[in-house]
Design a protein around this ligand. Structure first.
Ligand code: BES
Ligand code: ZN
Length: 983
């Protein structure tokens, strides 16, 4: 995503001339001259009375030329008052686009100035719904050819109606518009057409129409590809770039003969043509369905593909030829049909397109993008190779395919009207991706993992006073940077969590019923999130007896959607009293945000007592209530399977009973709730609601635990202890304690796998085997360290890698941590020569594990050298380094030092800035670090933090909480570990 439109906007202003000079120089080249002539021919066909003209850049003025239609440079008048329509970020509603014809020609070789460019022409037919003499259409970083002194040509489509003449035209970089003022008005209920031709740079900036590069057989190959969401379609061609401005698109791509051109529609015809003296190929695509601009995609490559027909849908997987030849697309191809069919049933709606292409790109900012009919992925998210890919890589591929395919209906067929509702789009896909992946791999129990990956993950940020509600108001989201900020853990993971809760209390059938009618009503159109509530309510009403809700869907969901945070529900089993309270990680933090519900939620509580569970949830509607059925002297467990988005606290007696249950027969507690008990207690302790010692007691049974989820939950929480204590005297006893806990698990997997020769059968066991090795090695277990060192050494000497793909990440990391420059260098060479991205990824992360500061510093330098580390991977590599106790201060210094450069060059990346800031600061726990952080915020206030803005405040809040936590807990934790290891 374009994380920081504000900076690119600044750059745009000073690049205006510079980049134009480059383009205009290129005009002197034969090819470019030919281009202009050709474009002029097209133009003259459109409007014969104008003369072909040479392109000129629009002046970089803030003010419009009021009356300068004939001069090349419109006159600059007084500075624009900020209230003009072109100073507003939202389009006026007077013009409604209906149909575009877009031809684009990306050049995969640089021009004589070394610049990669694309040229294009585009016409858009629109309906006028209100008389107006102004046309605003989005355009960013495009240079227009002039016709009769103007940047566009306007014609009428309605018979008998003349198009008004253009009075002036200019570009408005700040709001990213091409502006046309007319001499007279466009008339209501008439149709017009706007035609432009233009050039743009095919830069390596991962946004809009951009270029990706890779090496094949010693040769550099270039791919032209797109990433439009949220606001970069306007960087490829002028368009009404808002999600509700849906239209039909006729796309044509011009490309070198022998290359493959792809777009959202099926290829209609591909012919050899001569364009501007170049012998090229022209591929015309079928008209798209009515769709939003952010879902468009245009790609030209030399890729190979595999495909099949599943129920009349053409399914294809595209990737670099060697990757396709090696079978790396096979897994994705095998699973796509299954998942697509699953969603057809889930939504009761046929897949709306005749084809579904998916393509793996060497350079891609997000993980994947749901362009309608042409989904784009980073390579690690689509390509699978049994020899190189771990079970985790495989799961990611299955879930990400499911996520993007889910969007084909939810998001693409029915689109939210404006970006403020993004959380519903992404949250929904992030929930049902688990359902789709479960269909593809029914033996994995993958649906359980939403608790670790989403619920627990987002609890950590949503427990801060600097969090924010899921829903934003439409008027508050205007600028591209504000839109980009919405792609955060709240939208994705909290969205997914509350929708899962909703689907649970409505029952899946009712949820599906509501979805079905919602999709039907708004197909090819737009909706707001309350429209979904309406349809779900209708489904509830039709099944009232089965669901038995006392409150409306809207009333319940408002409490989760309109206020930030979540409650901790306290249950007193001696009295049957329940209460709820806004859960704050730092109880002293001050919540300034007012909530319309006063931080009270309508909470569905699924619970059980000593193994027996009621069918219906208990609803906690107020701050407090009493439920006599919860009065008990046996153990009571609430929030079964963590379906509810809240934490649970109990009276001391019940806590003791639960801890006893873990210690005597942990399996009486469902596996997800064992993970919950650990996560809830550790976090309640951090919030000073229960003593830390109680949290530590939930780990005592772990030597008997074999399941993945509780172990992962424990490791995640103990990771915080490592972060806080690995530079203090707590470290020793803590290591000793954890080694004791993990040793059994380590040997368990040794036995299960014939002394590490095989891997366990089950997906979750495979994951937990990795947990066992990483924690055993981390705690210094000799056998573990010897094992991984030997494996790695064997690889170094024999040049044959026999390490199982599942174990590679942890083995590489531990071996590199234990080794020196030789190991590092070997791994670096393997990284550079890796033929599959998932192997490169494992090495890239392991390279950050070295304990040698000079290697880490050099590696940090590499992260900003795109020839060594791809731009898409830069910020995550810095975060890997910061995860290392030795690397953390180096990474922090590095990021502080280079912030403005990183910010301007690495503005993309779906979550990159927030991840980067959170990553380099998560260990912070001292006054000094807090001071540095505040200083960092201040010093860079002019540069800004883009999508990381919130992360800066969250980091400050977290640092303060950490400081207090250490002061309060260090002594008791130290004593507890001491006594636990001496027991
Ligand atoms: N629509 C997003 C991709 C995206 C993210 C575009 C940010 C622009 C800005 C896509 O559907 C998505 O959510 N991708 C996720 C993967 C998913 C499995 C969570 C991603 O890219 O990480
Ligand atoms: Zn998504």
């Amino acid at each position: 995503m374009r994380a920081c439109a504000c900076v690119t906007e600044h750059r745009q202003t000073d690049r205006q001339t510079a980049s134009w000079e480059k383009v205009s120089t290129s005009v002197k080249g034969a090819g470019a001259v030919a281009t202009i002539i050709a474009l002029s021919v097209v133009y003259s066909q459109e409007k014969a009375k104008n003369n072909p003209t040479s392109p000129t850049d629009a002046p970089a003025t803030d003010a419009p030329a009021t009356d300068a239609p004939t001069t090349d440079t419109p006159t600059v008048t007084t500075p624009a008052p900020s209230n003009e329509p072109w100073d507003k970020y939202r389009l006026p509603k007077s013009l409604v686009p209906e149909h575009y014809n877009v031809t684009l020609w990306p050049r995969l070789t640089p021009d004589e100035t070394g610049l990669y460019v694309f040229t294009g022409d585009s016409s858009v037919q629109f309906n006028c719904t209100e008389d107006t003499d102004l046309i605003l259409i989005h355009s960013n970083k495009l240079n227009y050819f002039k016709h009769a002194g103007h940047l566009a040509v306007l014609t009428s489509v309605s018979p008998g109606v003349e198009a008004p003449a253009i009075r002036s035209s200019w570009l408005q970089p700040e709001t990213q518009y091409l502006v046309l003022q007319l001499h007279s008005k466009l008339l209501k209920n008439h149709r017009y057409q706007l035609w432009t031709n233009f050039t743009g740079e095919l830069a390596d900036d991962l946004g809009g129409f951009y270029r990706s590069e890779y090496m094949e057989d010693g040769q550099k190959k270039v791919v032209a590809t797109t990433q439009m969401q949220p606001t970069d379609a306007r960087k490829a061609f002028p368009c009404f770039d808002e999600p509700a401005m849906k239209a039909f698109f006729d796309i044509t791509l011009i490309h070198d003969r022998g290359t493959v051109a792809l777009s959202n529609g099926r290829e209609k015809e591909s012919t050899n043509v001569t364009r501007d003296g170049w012998e090229v190929q022209q591929t015309v695509f079928e008209t798209t369905e009515k769709m939003s601009t952010y879902l468009l995609a245009f790609i030209v490559s030399e890729f190979g593909y595999i495909g099949n027909m599943t129920d009349n849908v053409l399914i294809r997987i595209f990737a670099r030829k060697p990757a396709i030849d090696a079978g790396q697309g096979d897994y994705a191809l095998n699973k796509t049909g299954t998942i697509l069919k699953f969603f057809e049933q889930y939504y009761s709606s046929e897949y709306p397109l005749p084809k579904s292409d998916q393509i793996a790109l060497p350079d891609f900012n997000a993980g994947a993008m749901e362009n309608w009919g042409l989904i784009t992925y980073r390579e690690t998210a689509l390509l699978y190779d049994e020899k190189f890919s771990s079970n985790g890589n495989k799961e990611r591929i299955a879930t990400i395919i499911a996520h993007e395919l889910a969007h084909m209906w939810f998001g693409n067929l029915v689109t939210l009207r404006w970006w403020n509702d993004l959380w519903l789009n992404e949250g929904f896909a992030s929930y049902v991706e688990y359902l789709g992946a479960h269909e593809a791999e029914p033996d994995w129990n993958v649906k359980d993992l939403i608790v670790l990956n989403d619920v627990h993950r987002v609890f950590a940020v949503d427990a801060l006073a600097s969090s924010h509600p899921l829903s934003s108001r439409e008027v508050d989201i205007q600028k591209p940077a504000q839109i980009s900020e919405l792609f955060d853990a709240i939208s994705y993971s909290k969205g997914a969590s509350v929708l899962r809760m909703l689907s649970d209390f409505l029952t899946e059938d009712v949820f599906k019923e509501g979805l079905k009618t919602y999709l039907k009503e708004f197909a090819f159109g737009n909706a707001v999130y309350t429209d979904l509530w309406k349809h779900l309510q209708t489904a509830v009403d039709a099944n009232a007896s089965a669901v038995g809700l006392k409150d409306s869907v809207e009333d319940i969901m408002n409490t989760w959607v309109l206020q930030m945070g979540f409650p901790v529900v306290t249950i007193n089993t001696t009295t049957g009293a329940l209460s709820q309270k806004h859960f704050l990680l730092d109880p002293d933090s001050i919540v300034t945000a007012l909530s319309p519900y006063n931080y009270e939620w309508i909470v569905p509580i699924r619970w059980m007592m000593n193994g027996a569970k009621p069918q219906e949830p208990y609803w906690l509607r107020k701050k407090s209530a009493t439920h006599d059925a919860m009065k008990t002297s046996q153990w009571l467990l609430a929030n079964l399977d963590v379906v509810g988005y809240y934490r649970v606290n109990y009276d001391d007696e019940n806590w003791n009973r639960l801890v006893d249950a873990l210690n005597t027969d942990h399996k009486v507690i469902p596996v997800i709730n064992r993970a919950q008990l650990v996560d809830d207690t550790f976090n309640l302790a951090r919030a000073k609601i229960i003593p830390t010692v109680l949290a530590l007691r939930t780990t005592e049974y772990l030597n008997k635990e074999r399941d993945y989820m509780p172990w992962s939950s424990a490791i995640g929480n103990l990771d915080f202890f490592y972060l806080m204590f690995d530079r203090s005297e707590v470290y020793g006893p803590m290591q000793k304690y954890l080694q004791r806990k993990v040793t059994d698990l380590f040997y368990h997997y040794g036995n299960l796998t014939d002394t590490w020769k095989t891997v366990p059968d089950k997906h979750m066991d495979q994951y937990n085997q990795v947990n066992a090795i990483s924690l055993a090695c981390r705690t210094g277990l000799d056998e573990c360290q010897t094992l991984v060192k030997n494996w790695f050494k064997q690889w170094m000497t024999s040049k044959k890698n026999t390490i199982h793909a599942n174990l590679r990440s942890t083995v590489y990391c531990n071996a590199i941590a234990a080794g020196g420059a030789e190991e590092w260098q070997f791994a670096w060479e393997q990284f550079e020569n890796a033929t599959i991205a998932s192997e490169a990824e494992k090495l890239r992360s392991a390279l950050a594990c070295t304990k040698q500061p000079w290697l880490l510093n050099r590696y940090l330098e590499y992260t900003l050298d795109p020839d060594r580390i791809r731009k898409q991977d830069a910020t995550s590599t810095i975060v890997y380094i910061a995860n290392n106790v030795v690397g953390q201060p180096l990474a922090w210094d590095f990021v502080r030092d280079r912030w403005s450069y990183i910010f301007s060059e690495y503005g993309g990346g779906s979550f990159s800035f927030s991840n980067l800031i959170n990553g380099v600061t998560k260990r912070f726990s001292t006054e000094f670090e807090l001071k540095q952080l505040k200083q960092f915020k201040e010093e860079n206030s002019d540069v800004g933090f883009g999508s990381g803005t919130l992360a800066v405040d969250q980091s400050i809040e977290r640092t303060i909480a950490n400081m207090k936590w250490i002061a309060d807990n260090k002594q008791s934790v130290l004593e507890w570990f001491h006594s636990a290891v001496n027991r």
